[in-house]
Design a protein around this ligand. Structure first.
Ligand SMILES: Nc1ncnc2c1ncn2[C@@H]1O[C@H](COP(=O)(O)OP(=O)(O)OP(=O)(O)O)[C@@H](O)[C@H]1O
Ligand SMILES: [Mg+2]
Length: 260
């Protein structure tokens, strides 16, 4: 249940992948981009907004495996090492023919804003190298980032597709709660999903975590999932995120929280 707009753009991405040979090859419509073989995309959005899930959808649609590469572990402080690491990844990826997802792209973009000039230029070299390898990769290569603002325009222009993953609105959150609790888990009669959706500005990933945690509370107590389970699990998720657990947000359910 990704946003309709996101789904539409994902569909376009797979259409491009499927029809690429005909349009760029047979119909010779590649123009100046004729060197390019791969399809490149950037998924931008806060944590838990469904970027990895969307990459899985794309891979599933193409009947390909998804390979996730954590860019944070690829970036190396020594000159030339990042490129060597990237090179290894692409050589391996080319032999398996899958969809490549570079997670934590901020690890590369972020560097530029933090360090001094000489290194600055160097980080740009690494980014340029990654882009070039992505473009030459015969398949779909996706970058995922939490920090859209770190991207410069020249970079964005070189990508085939740029998809923004919005934070869910109240109505989206209501559906997420319902979806994440599912139809198989027993629900107690006191569950108020409308309250949860309205009160807590959480992402799909947070809601999933909370629903699962509440499921464990209920399973261990051998009873259906209650509102209290969900509220307690929300409190836990808030702590994890470093959010304050304030009475005004939890309302009448605040009293159900232990330790307050
Ligand atoms: N719109 C959504 N609909 C249904 N489930 C969602 C949605 N968004 C996120 N989820 C669920 O939340 C979990 C986390 O989502 P996902 O890993 O795709 O987020 P992400 O954007 O990749 O986050 P991160 O930036 O932390 O990697 C997944 O288990 C996914 O099923
Ligand atoms: Mg992810």
């Amino acid at each position: 249940m990704l946003a309709a707009d996101v789904l539409e753009q994902l569909r376009e991405l797979t259409v491009r992948a499927r029809q690429r040979e005909r349009v760029l090859g047979e119909w010779q419509m590649a123009g100046a981009a004729s060197r390019r073989r791969g399809l490149t995309a950037l998924f931008a959005g806060a944590s838990g907004t469904g970027k990895t899930m969307a990459a899985e959808v794309v891979a599933g649609e193409m009947a390909l495996d998804l390979y996730v590469v954590d860019l944070a572990s690829v970036v190396d402080k020594y000159v030339g090492e990042t490129e060597k690491n990237l090179d290894r990844i692409f050589v391996e990826a080319e032999s398996v023919n899958g969809v490549l997802l570079f997670d934590e792209a901020d690890a590369l973009f972020g560097k530029r804003s933090e360090v001094a000039d000489a290194h600055d230029r160097y980080a740009n070299v690494e980014i340029a190298y990654l882009l070039q390898r992505m473009e030459m990769f015969e398949g779909i290569a996706i970058l995922a980032t939490n920090l859209r603002s770190n991207l410069d325009e020249a970079f964005a222009r070189r990508l085939d597709t740029l998809i923004d993953f919005p934070e869910p609105e109240e109505t989206d959150r209501l559906r997420l709660w319902d979806r994440c609790l599912g139809t198989a888990a027993p629900r107690a009669g006191d569950i108020d999903l409308a309250f949860l959706a309205r009160a807590f500005k959480l992402s799909g990933g947070n809601i999933r975590n909370i629903a699962v945690a509440a499921g464990y509370y209920a399973a261990e107590a051998e009873r259906p999932i209650t509102m209290r389970d969900l509220v307690r699990a929300t409190q836990r998720e808030y702590r994890k995120l470093g959010h304050m657990v304030v009475e005004s947000e939890f309302g009448e359910h605040y009293a159900a929280l232990a330790g307050h």
